[in-house]
Design a binder for this molecule. Sequence first.
Ligand code: GUN
Ligand code: ZN
Length: 444
Amino acid sequence: MSDTATYKNAAKVLTGTVVGFTGSPTSGQVSEQDVLHIEKGAIAVNADGRIAWIGAAGELPEQYENAERHDYQGQYLMAGFIDAHVHFPQYRMPAAPGKSLMEWLSKYTFPEEIQYGDEAFAQRAATVFLRELFRNGTTSALTFATVHSVSVDALFEAASEFNMAMVSGKTMMDRMAPEGLTDTPEESYAQSQSLIDNWHKKGRARYAVTPRFAVTSTEEQLRFAGELLKANPSVLMQTHLSESPGEIATVEELFPDAQDYTDVYARFGLLTDRSIFAHGIHLSEREYQRIHDAGASIIHCPTSNNFLGSGLFDLPATKKAARPIAVGLATDIGAGTSYSMLATMAEAYKVAMLKGYALPAFEAYYLATLANAQILRIDDETGSLAVGKYADIIVVNPRATPILEHRQQLSGSLESSLFACMILGDDRLISATYVAGNIVHQID
Ligand code: GUN
Ligand code: ZN
């Protein structure tokens, strides 16, 4: 497989209302000057799948006048969403009614994941999974695979066919899971390294060392995960941290010498600026401080947290001026209940409100796009609309449903309109999805 792979692009021009956001992941601030808004806008895409020009449609340079036209008048052209924590082998699992995280894992999740040792099964699942991401306007993701290397191959292979930026890794787990879903520390090291050699930075693929969480890894395996991270300075690390009270109690029993859950990872070289922790709901002040000091990130997964009753993520606590922490946003399918990042933003808004913070719409869109790209270290190629980046673009119809049609009559500003889209929106609003300039989903 080469960087240019098998897809073929034609130069094209998309017209519609261009909307974009920039900001800083450690403050979450998105001020007016961070918002790009061109009412009658156009985006020119080169045959290499990258954005060549953005501006007012009336000022389109002559060289694009004969390019293929895709007109989306009255709709928003935005950067594709990025899902910063999602389990591809759980793609058909949403709505499994576990009473707690630990019960949900053992009763539903582990039996489902065992099947991904079958290469053909994993390949079929990868195709369905990517289609569902595209239908929801998600153009990149940080994804858990299973313990089986073939599941990682299947996902990277499928993503490469779309020239899609995909970050993933083989789950490392050597205890407290059924046979067929565990490896050994040595196997997990060797298999992860081999996947890094085969996939990391091949086209738009990136690798993340993936110990599932402290419960399912022995000390020796966590040490190996830390070694892998050290030996491969441009790969990321993803795991779960402080999601539910039952999980935290188990970690305390398994690691009696650790100061706290965050310290478990720190002891094995897994608390770094390349570390991405899903959830981080029940953290102490000491843990927030250490995560800040390390430059690590936390991914908020609100539909999952609410579904499993895990707890309310404290977004304002991560914004403390003395120790801000980079926060991203994700579905956490299959504990999450929606593939839609719009629905995820709505749930994040409600959870933030319960913590006393009215999450502004611009900030929510920024979290779901550029903040996640920055955390995944793919912001040089995606996450916002900018010349030179890949044309990972979605078309959002703000009047896609009857009630939105009426609600938008009350929207006196872009912010109000986007707020309505995120609170009332889902896959129905995604008229089209482009990955690297190619159309991968379109509503008929
Ligand atoms: N903690 C360890 N594994 C998982 C998982 O698959 N989903 C969630 N939500 N939490 C986890
Ligand atoms: Zn998860």
